[in-house]
Design a protein around this ligand. Sequence first.
Ligand SMILES: Nc1ncnc2c1ncn2[C@@H]1O[C@H](COP(=O)(O)OP(=O)(O)OP(=O)(O)O)[C@@H](O)[C@H]1O
Ligand SMILES: [Mg+2]
Length: 267
Amino acid sequence: MSVTIAVLSQKGGTGKTTTVRSLADVLVRTGLDVLAIDADPQGNLSDYFDVDPAAEPTLADVLAGQARASDAVHGAVVPANLGLAESELVLAGKIGREVTMRNALRELKRRHDLILIDCPPTLGLLTVNALVASTHALMSTQAQHFSLQGVEQAMEVFDLARETLNPELELLGVLLNIANMRTRHARQTLEALEERFPEKVFNTVIRQSIAYAESAERARPILDYRPERGADYIALAGEVLERLGMSDRARRLEQVRRDTLPPRLLA
Ligand SMILES: Nc1ncnc2c1ncn2[C@@H]1O[C@H](COP(=O)(O)OP(=O)(O)OP(=O)(O)O)[C@@H](O)[C@H]1O
Ligand SMILES: [Mg+2]
């Protein structure tokens, strides 16, 4: 069974793109064939994958029915640019507007073990399309005021997608991202999330570090750029694989850890 995970949040800057880039990298290192989809007109994920900004076709062309999805794969990503904002508007006026991405990605699902979709920072039509095209959703949230409400709102859209067009959709988990656990606020947010979404909050918290912005700027995944910072995403990948029932893959992460992390972190 191929797995498609939509990474979403109700608001911007919660680490979605970084999570997609980093998870894709770690999961590839376990031997999985992973494809990432940039469903955000900002194109941050495409930049992180170092795709030429002029690369064509993009997700916009695929959703507009002007290109085949397989032709829009550049390296390991289907990129996006501002043109996607326009195709979202065009999509809005069409019959079947919520299932367009699902239909377009069908052939790619057969070719790849796992697809990760980076959603835009809104709960609009692109995010709905991503949820309808996915088997799982991963909610990213930052410890900020109203972050619980943000997750609730994202959950409403998740429920809507499941109740109407995608009954198979599962909540993979809720991730506390870009967190400084030395602050009481972050610890309280984690507690509140665990209380509200029992069993669903990942044990792994992605810690705050400037290294992520630098790694994005250099278009290099965190394990390449700053291996010692990659431990959080290796741990998260382990939880993701366990939740997907892929324990044998999760066991391969031990080797990934040994190959990448500095000795002092391997204890
Ligand atoms: N763990 C982290 N610690 C510190 N900064 C981070 C971390 N993860 C990501 N960042 C930085 O925070 C900013 C927002 O991250 P990112 O782009 O991944 O979020 P996003 O949810 O995709 O944003 P948007 O909603 O705009 O698409 C970026 O500058 C990124 O480099
Ligand atoms: Mg993003």
